[in-house]
Design a protein around this ligand. Structure first.
Ligand SMILES: O=C(CO)[C@H](O)[C@H](O)COP(=O)(O)O
Length: 236
């Protein structure tokens, strides 16, 4: 899978043009992209990036990619991010790395959202991967009870035995949505629970998905909302 991630990441930087303001996602696939981007920057490409996490900020900064904030940047030209799952309607589950809130804010503020993924991320039905939900600590107990009541089998995410905290100092609760048919309605319901800040369901946001498949990269373009894929195969 590492090769597929790297292939997709290397294809993604071909979308970057001189002068662009870029959203920089989070995760191992994005890290391959940041390494490829840093090489182009070292050769003279002029871009500025808005990192979606402290982890990405550190890596991109260390590799010499000029960075700014979303406040400074405004609307971004191109956002490149990974995904934990995607389906044929370009709906994503994200947040495996816990950066879903900033990632979704960046995606919403970007002209084009390019998703890079290995082939294990393509699913017929969303939900084998648990859906992350970012929650304000004060609301933890009530949100857990509500999610339990909704039969979503919530689990508070832990790290080294302690509650995992996001870059925005919130908690993450992972839920099982595999039995859910209408994820749009689910997302709406989840967002109405007081204390829920954001969910890892990225709906109507992905424009293009570059999926590494063996030594190739498949390009899925979302020309209109909720249409099936147009697929081109590129040998890279
Ligand atoms: O949403 C994310 C982080 O919050 C990542 O994009 C997602 O977890 C995929 O990660 P990876 O590229 O390591 O498989």
């Amino acid at each position: 899978m590492e090769l597929e991630k790297k292939k997709a990441a290397e294809e993604a930087v071909k979308w970057v043009k001189n002068g662009m303001v870029l959203g920089l996602g989070t995760g191992s696939t994005v890290e391959f992209m940041i390494q490829a981007l840093a090489k182009l920057v070292a050769k003279g490409l002029q871009v500025v990036g808005v990192p979606s996490s402290e982890r990405t900020k550190e890596l991109a900064g260390n590799l010499g990619i000029p960075l700014t904030t979303l406040d400074e940047a405004g609307i971004l030209d191109l956002n490149i991010d990974g995904a934990d799952e995607f389906d044929s309607n370009f709906r994503l589950i994200k947040g495996g790395g816990g950066a879903l809130l900033r990632e979704k804010i960046i995606a919403f503020n970007s002209k084009v959202n390019l998703i890079i993924a290995d082939s294990t991320k393509q699913v017929e039905k969303l939900g084998k991967f648990k859906l992350p939900i970012e929650v304000i600590p004060f609301a933890k107990k009530g949100v857990l009870m509500k999610l339990e009541h909704m039969n979503l089998h919530p689990v508070l995410r832990l790290q080294s035995g302690k509650p995992f905290t996001t870059d925005e100092n919130n908690l993450v609760i992972d839920v099982d949505i595999f039995a859910i048919e209408d994820v749009e309605a689910l997302n709406h319901t989840l967002m109405e629970i007081p204390g829920v800040v954001e969910t890892g369901l990225f709906l109507n946001l992905a424009d293009v998905i570059l999926m590494g498949k063996d030594s190739k990269v498949l390009v899925f373009e979302n020309n209109s909302v909720q249409t099936s894929f147009r697929v081109h195969t590129k040998n890279t």
